[in-house]
Design a binder for this molecule. Structure first.
Ligand code: ADP
Length: 373
């Protein structure tokens, strides 16, 4: 996708200046909050929406003006969009019988193979109303597989399933995608789905690309506070700090950095107002005498099996901590918390940019197509 922009009537810019390169056979997930432009991107690739500006290519072909049915794409929708009066077999074969030059025998063979792949070969004579939600999902995916397209487009295909089945289907879809090696663009608002399934994660906010990267990259090298907060659960904690000499200083925070780490911050930032980001699982209890840490009060403690989620407050800042195992503290206790320097993320207070990445080449700059490692 090259400089793609989508403006709906009423001057709503749903997608702006969007650049993305997807390699053949890649599984790419587009993730972002509701209204960030995910479905619009998918629908533009499918040809269900016109593109206001820019270009979309599949292989070497510019497809802006190619009719949806000629784009060699198969789409799986959230609501499955199965025909209620047709059997599973008919649902899976109908599209191909309508517009492909395959013989009936070829189509039947394809349907059988896709049904086996999806584990629904026993259901071929049933109608959608006789199937569970999970089975309907399999039929919708099977129908896309039969088409043997160059690209699968999936729009929140698992969001109508319960949590357990959703986790199971994630693994199944991944397995099938690896087996078929068909380029897949998958849209979800669920960062966990994006992080567990994809080769590359594309993070959108307000129609603008925030970052493209592998799940590991977007988790450990978030480009800005939006990505840092959106990816990972529970979310990253943020604290307002300043760098005074080599100490990150905030209300109830003092953390002496190594000279090299402080030097990197000074080199990249002229703004002395910073945001310190630490993930809840990267925080640990510290000795009261420590000079490196955050003073806080434990407000709520949530034991979840072997895990504990602690909700704390430091001055006006609320934050979370995740600690494994038995812990010896109660609500209302004063607590000292610390972290490893290497787990600290530093953002510019006014732009929200991760300033330690501005000298790195592993992230996307304004042109997502020139991503390098
Ligand atoms: P997402 O899939 O991330 O929830 P969408 O792509 O559906 O986001 O929508 C992006 C933005 O475009 C939203 O502000 C939405 O209200 C707007 N939008 C989507 N479809 C239309 C439409 N047909 N007409 C006008 N605005 C639309």
């Amino acid at each position: 996708m090259e400089d793609v922009r989508k403006r709906y009537s009423g001057n709503i810019v749903a997608v702006d200046d969007f650049n993305l390169d997807i390699d053949d056979g890649e599984f790419v997930t587009i993730v972002g909050p509701s209204g960030s432009g995910k479905s619009t991107i998918l629908r533009m690739i499918a040809g269900l929406e016109d593109i206001t500006e820019g270009a979309i290519y599949i292989g070497n072909q510019r497809i802006n003006d190619v009719q949806p049915q000629d784009r060699d794409i198969a789409m799986v929708f959230q609501n499955y969009a199965l025909y209620p009066h047709m059997t599973v077999e008919q649902n899976m074969s109908y599209g191909l019988k309508l517009n492909s030059d395959r013989s009936n025998e070829q189509i039947e063979k394809g349907v059988r193979e896709a049904a086996e792949m999806m584990g629904i070969e026993e259901q071929l004579d049933k109608r959608p109303s006789e199937l569970s939600g999970g089975q309907q999902q399999r039929v919708a995916t099977g129908r896309a597989i039969v088409r043997d397209p160059s690209v699968f487009l999936m729009d929140e295909p698992l969001s109508n399933l319960d949590a357990k089945l959703r986790a199971h289907m994630r693994t199944e879809l991944q397995r099938i995608q690896e087996e078929l090696n068909t380029t897949t663009v998958y849209v979800t608002h669920d960062q966990e789905e994006a992080m567990t399934m994809s080769d590359q994660v594309v993070i959108l906010n307000h129609g603008e690309l925030q970052q493209v990267g592998t799940p590991r990259e977007v988790f450990s090298e978030p480009k800005n506070t939006f990505v840092a907060e959106f990816i990972g659960s529970p979310s990253m904690n943020f604290f307002d700090v300043q760098l005074l000499d080599s100490t990150l200083t905030g209300s109830d925070i003092a953390y002496s950095l190594s000279e090299s780490f402080a030097g990197r911050i000074r080199k990249q930032s002229t703004n002395d107002k910073l945001i310190l980001g630490i993930r809840p699982e990267h925080m640990s209890f510290a000795d009261e005498s420590t000079s490196n840490g955050i003073k806080a009060v434990l407000e709520v403690r949530e034991p979840i099996g072997d895990d504990n989620y602690l909700y704390l407050r430091s001055g006006d800042t609320e934050f979370k901590m995740r600690v494994l195992g038995q812990i010896d503290c109660s609500e209302g206790d004063n607590i000292h918390v610390s972290f490893e320097e290497s787990d600290a993320h530093i953002f510019d207070h006014s732009t929200g940019e991760n300033i330690l990445l501005t000298d790195s080449t592993s992230i996307v700059t304004s042109d997502a197509t020139t991503q390098t490692k």
